[in-house]
Design a protein. Structure first.
Length: 281
């Protein structure tokens, strides 16, 4: 009797071990198959992305459209890869789709922000308030547009930071584009001491401006005028037009030239002064 029980126990244990090995091998093969699908899928996605970029680069298409389409293709292919991996794991794709459909409301609420950003990206491409390469300011930040992706616009700042701004906020908010026009106006306010000869100061400024070939005469010639009689200075406003690409170069160079020329011509720069009167005993 004891021998029979031991035999039955050994048989059941053998069956359990065989079943465990079979299920383990099946699960292992399923995981390997899913991993292979993922690896091959990533390779295919990379090849398709390169092919799409190569095709877009050969076409005369705006760079903003190229980056947007490239980002869209990559997202769509990634979603298809996820569905393929789920199928390789043995989950029926129809059941997976039904699960997504049943959770449609929650998914829709979670993706509402991204959907508005996607729509914002389409609006930006359609109306072109800016394009890749433009310098813009929006949402209290400024930078050069590097990419217009399906959900975000990527900016590169002057100190080499990368900023991602949602397209939805850019399409519905205020955006200042500094690169849209071919020319920009540069403004300065120079202060000189009281008692300075305004005509001399004006002549000196005109001579400094005349030496810089980057300053344009169109749409307007350089403008120089006395603007404010301040507490400690006589302020003179100067306005010139330059090409947009020359803006900062002209701004800093003229500052330096005015400082050197005023010193050479004996034109004094003001500084705050306080006059104290002492009462006599």
């Amino acid at each position: 009797m004891l021998l029979l029980d031991a035999t039955e126990t050994a048989t059941k244990l053998e069956i359990a071990l065989r079943s465990l090995v079979e299920q383990g091998s099946t699960l292992g093969w399923t995981l390997i198959k899913a991993f292979l699908v993922f690896i091959v899928g990533r390779l295919v996605i990379n090849l398709i992305n390169k092919l799409v970029r190569r095709i877009l680069n050969k076409r005369d298409i705006d760079l903003s459209v190229k980056t947007f389409v490239g980002s869209l293709v990559n997202v769509v292919l990634t979603i298809l890869l996820i569905i393929s991996v789920v199928g390789a794991l043995g989950v029926q794709t129809t059941s997976f789709a039904a699960l997504l459909a049943s959770a449609g409301v929650a998914v829709g609420m979670a993706l509402s922000g991204n959907l508005s950003n996607f729509a914002g990206g389409l609006i930006i491409l359609l109306f072109k308030p800016y394009k890749v390469g433009d310098y813009i300011e929006a949402q209290n930040v400024g930078g050069t547009v590097k990419e217009i992706q399906i959900f975000h616009t990527v900016l590169s700042t002057a100190d080499n930071k990368i900023i991602y701004i949602p397209n939805g906020s850019l399409s519905s908010g205020v955006v200042t584009n500094f690169s849209h026009q071919t020319s920009r106006r540069v403004d300065w306010t120079f202060g000189v001491e009281y008692g300075s000869d305004f005509e001399k100061v004006k002549s000196v400024i005109e001579s400094v401006l005349a030496k810089d070939s980057r300053i344009l005469s169109d749409p307007a010639a350089p403008f120089i005028a006395l603007t404010t009689l301040a507490d400690s200075s006589v302020n003179i406003v100067v306005r010139v037009w330059v090409k947009s690409a020359d803006y900062w170069g002209v701004y800093f160079d003229i500052n330096q030239a005015i400082y050197a020329t005023f010193n050479a011509e004996g034109i004094g720069f003001p500084f705050p002064q306080l006059t104290v009167h002492q009462a006599k005993d």
